[in-house]
Each structure stands twice: as C-alpha cells, then as structure tokens.
Design a binder for this molecule. Structure first.
Ligand code: GDP
Ligand code: IMO
Ligand code: MG
Length: 432
C-alpha cells in the first residue's frame, strides 16, 4: 500500500467558512497535489502565516507550498477576470504560479452576464432570495446542466463566436425578465483580458493527469469549497449553492474513482455560522450571537456580510459525517469560546411536539434543543500542545467525539498556520 496513490478529501461540513483554507495550507506539505473540485469565486479561503493574510477564491490553498502542483478541477466554475486579479495578487507577493497551476479544460466559465443573471434571479425571488455571493455561480452551473455552457477548453479555439452566442442568449433571458438596467461594458473588457491571461496557464485534461499521478503513487488533497449543507443535493435546498460540495463531488469534480478516496477530513467550527438566507435552527438573535460574531470576526471573506451565529449543531454535524463518510474531524476556532462560562450544544430539533435528532427534509420552523457544558474561561489561542488544554476544553472535545462517533484529529486555536494541534489519537496522520 505504501506506494499507492490516493486522494484525501478536505471538506467544509456545515455552512462554509469553517477554516478549510487554513487546514489545506497546513496539510499541503504532506501531499503532492492540491486540487479544487467544486465551486468558484463564491469561496473565500483565508490563509495567515508570517504576519501575512491571503484570501483565495478559485486558486487552491496549496499554492504557498512551493513544490506542489495545484489543480482547478473540472467540477469548478471560473471567472477569468477574478482569476486574473487573484493570480496577479499572488504573483505580486512572490508566488509564481505558471509552472504549478493547471486548469481543467472541462471547468466551466462564468461570464459577466452570468453575474447579471444571478442578480436578476435574486431580485425576482424577492423575499425568497438565496442571498448568493453574486458571483454568477447558479447561472453558470445552470448552463452546464442545460448543456449550453462554455468551458475553459473553449478559449483555445473560435472563442469570440462562442462567447457572443452565449452572451446573446443571456441578454434575451434578461430582456424577458425585464431586467435591463445593467451595463457590463467595463466588466466585459476586463473579463476578456482575463480570458487572454488564462491562456498563459496550462489548460489540460487534468482528469487524466491526476490519475497518472495517482498511478505513480502520488497523494492528492481534494480541497472542498462551501459546506455540506450548501450542497446542491444534500444541503438546505433551495438555500444552497449550485455544486456538489460533498465527498461525491470529489469523484465527479476531479474524475477520480471512489476507490481512490482514502481519508475524508471534515472541517467544522466549535460553534455554527451561516451566511446568506435559509433555515438555521441554532441561530442566536441575542447578545450571545453578537458576541460570537465579534470574537470570531464572523464577517464574510467574499462579501463582507455579517455571518449568522449560533452554538454547535450536532444534528447537522452527524448528517454531514454520514453523507461524506468523514474519517477525521478538524475542529476550528474553539478559541472563540474561551470566555463563555457556559457553552451550549444543539443535540436535537423540536417543532411543536415533534423532536428529532436526524436532519429533517426541511429545517424551516425547527428549534434547537440544547445541552449545556461548562466553559473553560481561559485563553487557549497560545496553546500548542493538547496536554496544556484546560480540562473543560478537553471535555468539550470528548463530548463532541462521543456524540458523533468520529475522532477530532486536529484542533485549531487561532487563525495562524502554527496554531494547529494534532491530537495524540491522530498521530498516524503525520505520515498520510
Ligand atoms: P474557509 O472558507 O473554510 O477557508 O474559511 P474562511 O477563511 O472563510 O473563514 C475562516 C476564518 O476564521 C478566517 O478569517 C480565518 O483566518 C479564521 N480562522 C481559522 N482558524 C481559526 C481558529 O482556529 N481560530 C480563530 N479565531 N480564527 C480562525
Ligand atoms: P467557502 O468556500 C459560506 C452561500 C451564499 C449563499 C449560498 C449560495 O468560503 O466556505 P452562491 O453564490 O454560491 O450561489 O450562494 O451559498 N455560500 C457560502 N457561504 N462560505 C462559502 O464558501 C460560500 N459560498 C457560497 O452565502 O447563501
Ligand atoms: Mg470562506
């Protein structure tokens, strides 16, 4: 087995923004390839080290580890103008990408008119709007499913004509919707410059390339975006994103067989957040929710919106562990709970007389049922060894592990790369 290649998946398993970027960056030295398999610039993955901060959107979080190949897989959607801005920022910071970044020809393009459509559809939904990131994600994946989309491979030949055709189709839809007050002239010029910029990169059949690397015994880390409850199939539909963010998406979004997947890292926060609309049973509307937001700096990395906050939701966590086959949990941001005398954990949902501890079809109207645990009321962000964790903090970890039946292998206690603690139980991880 030692020489056999494998894919490990690292997934956000709740509503996104769990801290995936930080952990991918930290794990990257243990892998040969880091690959994004879903989503696009709706993602905002924050990485902090050496006093510097980066927020990645489409580019995998393995780019700070110089020796790694980074792949934008076929399951992704990519906006050339935003990709150009992101890549230029990294290059300006000294991270050259050309040799180390490869983009699947089968990934789909987000057009400027997809972003207008995103706004138009949201406006049409009115009070039922999803609260999207406005990056054109839904419309781009709609075109993919409708078999009308443009793919990265299309920029290699006769691109102008294909672009004009799809743009005209979008303009027609917008006219039919009566959504005419938009001007994309400036945006389009930058977008076309982005298309040209993308041609400098290696556009390839990454599916074959990843499989070849696996047959050579290489290890691939599949970097998830968004979270399991935002998955198009398994999330809180229709308040979801438009891609397969769960483990199955790794196979379709990279072209790897299920048998190649080994470890599934499930990243979650020690409490809950959600950005955008949709049911959220653990949401706190009181001062505690504000405190979690303030201490956790819970403002969106992409849109700057307030993230809705609440206590940890074990109902959602167990569901996500089930649909993803999570083998190892990664608990983030427990330091945000450092000052609370009592910490609550949602163990079930209640609606009228009905109580459930499994995720219902529709979360609307369900209220959280809590258990209370004592807080540790000690700063933990400076701790780097499990032995130094306060007893109540260890109890919290053990409580969650017992409740969900999966080990918490890594704990993160501050945004910095170094504040990542591998627990004894996961010592085997040092050699994945
Ligand atoms: P991602 O989308 O899953 O990569 O997560 P985001 O980057 O959107 O949001 C996570 C936020 O939490 C970022 O601002 C990180 O810098 C920060 N963060 C990550 N880990 C920790 C941690 O252990 N403690 C604290 N306090 N912040 C963290
Ligand atoms: P990362 O990878 C948190 C949410 C949006 C909205 C819904 C649909 O940083 O964890 P979309 O623009 O995808 O059509 O929006 O999904 N959303 C995210 N929330 N983190 C993300 O990504 C998200 N990407 C999309 O807020 O509710
Ligand atoms: Mg994010």
């Amino acid at each position: 087995m030692a020489n056999k290649g494998k894919v490990d998946a690292l997934l956000g398993i709740v509503f996104g923004d769990e801290g995936k970027g930080k952990i991918v960056d930290w794990l990257a030295p243990r892998y040969d390839v880091v690959a994004r398999f879903a989503g696009g610039p709706n993602a905002g993955h924050t990485i902090i080290f050496g006093g510097r901060k980066f927020v990645l959107r489409s580019i995998p979080s393995g780019v700070f580890d110089e020796g790694k190949l980074n792949v934008i897989g076929n399951g992704c959607v990519i906006a050339p103008d935003l990709f150009m801005a992101e890549a230029r920022e990294l290059e300006a910071a000294g991270y050259t990408l050309a040799e180390r970044l490869v983009i699947s020809r089968r990934a789909h393009l987000i057009l400027p008119t997809h972003r207008v459509l995103d706004r138009a559809y949201e406006a049409a939904k009115g009070k039922d709007a999803v609260g999207t990131t406005g990056k054109g994600i839904g419309p781009a994946y709609s075109d993919k499913a409708a078999r009308t989309g443009l793919r990265v491979g299309d920029i290699e030949e006769d691109f102008e004509a294909k672009y004009r055709q799809l743009k005209a189709r979008h303009e027609q839809i917008l006219a039919d919707l009566g959504f005419t007050s938009y001007d994309i002239a400036q945006e389009e010029a930058l977008w076309l410059e982005g298309v040209d910029y993308m041609r400098r990169f290696r556009l390839a059949d990454t599916e074959a390339e990843v499989n070849r690397l696996l047959s050579e015994g290489k290890h691939v880390l599949a970097e998830g975006a968004q979270g399991s409850l935002l998955d198009i199939d398994h999330g809180t539909y229709p308040f979801v994103s438009s891609s397969s963010t769960t483990a199955g998406g790794v196979c379709t979004g990279l072209g790897v067989a299920p048998g190649k997947i080994d470890r599934v890292w499930g990243v979650f926060k020690a409490y809950s957040t959600r950005v955008g609309a949709g049911p959220f049973p653990v949401e706190l509307f009181d001062a505690t929710g504000d405190t979690l937001r303030d201490i956790g700096h819970e403002y969106g990395a992409v849109t700057g919106r307030n993230r809705r906050c609440g206590w940890l939701d074990l109902v959602a966590l167990k569901y996500a562990i089930m649909v993803n086959g999570v083998t190892d949990l990664v608990m983030m941001k427990s330091d945000v709970l450092d000052t609370f005398p009592v910490i609550k954990v949602c163990t079930a949902y209640r609606k009228g007389d009905a109580v459930t501890s499994t995720l219902p079809y529709d979360l609307t109207g369900w209220e959280a049922v809590y258990e209370e645990l004592p807080g540790w009321q000690t700063p933990t962000d400076g701790l780097r060894r499990e032995e130094d964790f306060p007893k109540a903090f260890r109890n919290y970890i053990a409580y969650v592990e017992r409740a969900v039946g999966v080990p918490i292998s890594i704990v993160s206690v501050s945004p910095d790369r170094d504040a990542t603690i591998v627990r004894r139980a996961a010592a085997a991880m040092a050699n994945p």
